[in-house]
Design a protein around this ligand. Structure first.
Ligand code: TXA
Ligand code: MG
Length: 332
């Protein structure tokens, strides 16, 4: 039987050991401020093959390359002035920039595309690990392909199991949603491929240009293959609502869960129907709600419910990212 993964604390000794593993072409699940990633040497074809195999990820879905300093950007990508402006404003942090790639990046990483997605993460343990490994690290979210992204080391162990040997524990992810992805191959036509914690408005302010949302499917243009149905989906069907009320939950069936953004008014803790009522943040703070979304979806998915009803936030900023992840969770 395959061995269960080992979870490591971020001691200097453990980091050195995990960096050696990465240099040798092995995989390590790593904490980031967005979600946990499954990292391997981005310049090694063998390591990247292991990433695709461990996730069960189709080979036409490209990986994000993670670097620890701005000096490393030119190693993997051909930057332009707009990209450098965004990098200076938001790195290290939850922003991924798509640029023309260099020959240091194997075609396997980019699924054959001439462009590469690059990010400099802010989680201190992950940054130290990239530095120690001395190579850029390719890392998709550390979940089986199509399932909800992990935001704790325990999530990674539970859903990837023996498919990952080593997990670095850096605590719960501070942001909880995957990075914003912006396409800057042509700096005059910046496009938002995936909304995240760095908002469209913040990007537009730095670029001084409007940034259009571009949705493409794997079946169509192969530009943002992550934009597919059943991405981020729990096994339990998710039903989205413009607005939820405690009264709707009271009328619902005994195996329906109701997930609110904030603590609902009229919530009566002693009424048994209200035991199926959940919320992401008592005050409805959307950043805190985003941080908890994936772990709450995982818990509800394991709660034996028939359906999970979720209130979908509308609006700009972090609401755009939350709404996007909920749309994907609900699509099957
Ligand atoms: O926050 C994050 O970005 C996390 C952490 C681990 O850094 N990573 C992450 O990776 O979410 P993943 O593989 O789950 O999502 C990467 C997305 C995919 O949807 C992929 O299609 C897109 O990035 N992508 C990668 N390379 C691309 C490229 N050259 N052009 C367009 N999209 C690209
Ligand atoms: Mg993913």
């Amino acid at each position: 039987m395959a061995k269960p993964p080992r979870i490591y604390r971020g001691t200097p000794r453990n980091l050195a050991l995990l960096a050696r593993r990465l240099k040798a072409g092995g995989l390590v699940a790593v904490p980031t401020e967005t979600v946990y990633g499954l990292a391997g040497d981005a310049t090694s074809i063998a390591a990247c093959q292991r990433i695709f195999a461990a996730k069960g990820r189709p080979s036409d879905d490209p990986l994000i390359v993670h670097i620890a300093s701005l000096a490393d950007l030119a190693r993997v990508a051909v930057p332009n002035e707009a990209a450098l402006r965004l990098a200076r404003a938001f790195w290290p942090g939850p922003l991924t920039i798509v640029l023309p790639k260099t020959s240091a990046v194997p075609d396997l990483v980019t699924a054959g595309l001439p462009s590469v997605a690059v990010r400099m993460p802010s989680h201190p343990l992950f940054r130290r690990l990239i530095r120690l490994a001395g190579v850029p690290l390719a890392a998709p979210s550390a979940n089986p392909f199509g399932y909800v992204s992990p935001t704790t080391a325990a999530h990674v162990r539970r859903s990837l199991g023996s498919r990952v040997g080593h997990i670095l524990d850096g605590g719960p992810s501070r942001i909880g949603l995957e990075s914003t992805i912006v396409d800057l191959r042509d700096p005059a036509r910046a496009a938002l491929l995936r909304p995240g914690a760095v908002t469209r408005f913040e990007i537009e302010r730095v670029l001084g240009l409007p940034v259009a949302r571009r949705r493409t499917s794997r079946a169509g243009a192969r530009l943002a293959p992550g934009q597919m149905a059943r991405h981020y989906s729990p096994r339990t069907p998710v039903v989205l609502h413009e607005r939820l009320t405690a009264a709707m939950a009271a009328r619902g069936g005994p195996r329906d869960a109701w997930l609110f953004i904030s603590k609902p008014r009229g919530h009566r803790p002693r009424d048994p129907s209200q035991e199926r009522l959940f919320w992401l943040d008592a005050q409805g703070n959307l950043r805190r709600a985003a941080r908890r979304l994936f772990s709450v979806l995982r818990e509800l998915d394991e709660g034996g419910f028939r359906k999970i009803h979720v209130e979908r936030p509308r609006g700009p900023g972090i609401a755009e990212a939350l709404g996007d992840r909920l749309d994907r969770a609900a699509s099957r």
